[in-house]
Design a protein around this ligand. Structure first.
Ligand SMILES: Cc1cc2nc3c(=O)[nH]c(=O)nc-3n(C[C@H](O)[C@H](O)[C@H](O)COP(=O)(O)OP(=O)(O)OC[C@H]3O[C@@H](n4cnc5c(N)ncnc54)[C@H](O)[C@@H]3O)c2cc1C
Length: 320
């Protein structure tokens, strides 16, 4: 029996991959099923847009993410994503275009054709047609359900000595064991605003951090996310809430009437280069440092970890 610690996106993707290969696994998490950074994510599968700041490795890992998720969970939306900037930040849009690939430029009319509620609001936009998004909570629940159907036990609120685990996906909680792992705090809001209709993730270029709106359906929108070098797990600050709300309002003034149905903050686990890693320390494998790309990169990383795990198991068997 292979024991995986952590039921965030990393742990559940690894468990799914190993179970699909016929291995016996169990997942143990010391928190509730709705804890961890994964529960708060935007769910954007955006290898091109993220390429603005991410290492090329992240885009490579994320290239097949939408297919992996679509084969296993409901609600993967392949509607692309849009990047816009207010007229005064036009130079930001040019800079963003120069630093990314996979987009085409839209004028006012073409932007309004894609998202009628943005009609007349932005003179220029970048459209990344091959990107996708999902609802992280739906996806995590569906992976967990799929695992249970295969007979895999997922134990929440259960303590286990990490030394007894085979695979460690504890996110930021593993930092004492992983030199260089740090927290990047991300704050978010959930708005209910049925009077605004947006159908794909829209990123608004902002001088301090990239702000985005991700539609969840039924008038719900996730607004994210701050990027703070902080390991404070506390609630969202007034300043961050104001910045996120102001960005939503800039995108569409109809958000002024939104109900704020949830606020949250999560700690993204990241290494110095913000590239995720699979490492074996002592007898335990770690998958960690998924930073702001957990849903984008976990599927490919889980397959890589499963390959390495199988190879190591074969080598051990041969050595005996
Ligand atoms: C606001 C926000 C927006 C984001 N948006 C996106 C996005 O749009 N697209 C994207 O790809 N990524 C996004 N991310 C990043 C993504 O959420 C993270 O990369 C991902 O959640 C990291 O997953 P993880 O499984 O490593 O960690 P976590 O999700 O934190 O999971 C770790 C799990 O380990 C458990 N645990 C801790 N200690 C123990 C222990 N001792 N024993 C057992 N279990 C333990 C925790 O309870 C938790 O369930 C976002 C993150 C944030 C915060």
């Amino acid at each position: 029996m292979i024991t995986i610690l952590g039921a965030g996106v990393a742990g559940l993707c690894v468990a799914t991959t190993l179970a699909e290969r016929g291995l016996q696994v169990q997942v143990v998490d010391n928190g509730p099923a709705d804890g961890g950074a994964s529960w708060l994510a935007g769910g954007m599968l955006a290898p091109y847009v993220e390429g603005e700041t991410a290492a090329p490795e992240v885009a490579r890992l994320g290239a097949s993410a939408a297919d992996w998720w679509a084969a296993r969970v409901p609600g993967v939306m392949r509607r692309g994503s849009l990047v816009v900037a207010p007229a005064r930040d036009r130079a930001e849009l040019e800079r963003f275009a120069a630093r990314t690939t996979g987009h085409r430029r839209l004028d006012t009319e073409a932007t309004a054709t894609l998202e009628p509620d943005l009609a007349g609001r932005f003179t220029s936009a970048l459209f990344y047609a091959d990107e996708a998004h999902l609802d992280p909570r739906t996806a995590l629940r569906a992976l967990a359900d799929g695992l249970r159907q295969r007979g895999v036990a997922i134990r929440s609120n259960t303590r286990l000595d990490p030394e007894q685990a085979d695979i460690d996906c504890r996110g930021i909680a593993a930092r004492a064991d992983l030199p260089g792992l740090r927290a990047v705090r991300g704050e978010m809001l959930m708005l209910h605003c049925p009077s605004v209709t947006l159908t794909r993730p829209i990123r608004l270029l902002h001088p301090r951090f990239p702000v985005y709106v991700v539609p969840r359906g039924h008038g719900l929108y996730m607004i994210g996310a701050t990027m703070l070098e902080s390991d404070d797990p506390g609630p969202i600050t007034l300043r961050s809430a104001m910045e996120l709300m102001s960005a939503a309002f800039t995108l569409h003034p109809g958000f002024a009437e939104a109900a704020i149905v949830e606020t949250g903050s999560g700690l993204r686990p990241a290494f110095a280069d913000n590239v995720p890693r699979i490492v074996k320390l002592g007898g335990r494998w770690h998958l960690n440092g998924l930073y702001r790309h957990g849903f984008l990169t976990a599927p490919a990383l889980a397959e890589q970890l499963a390959d390495q795990f199988a190879l190591a198991t074969q080598e051990t068997a041969l050595a005996h």
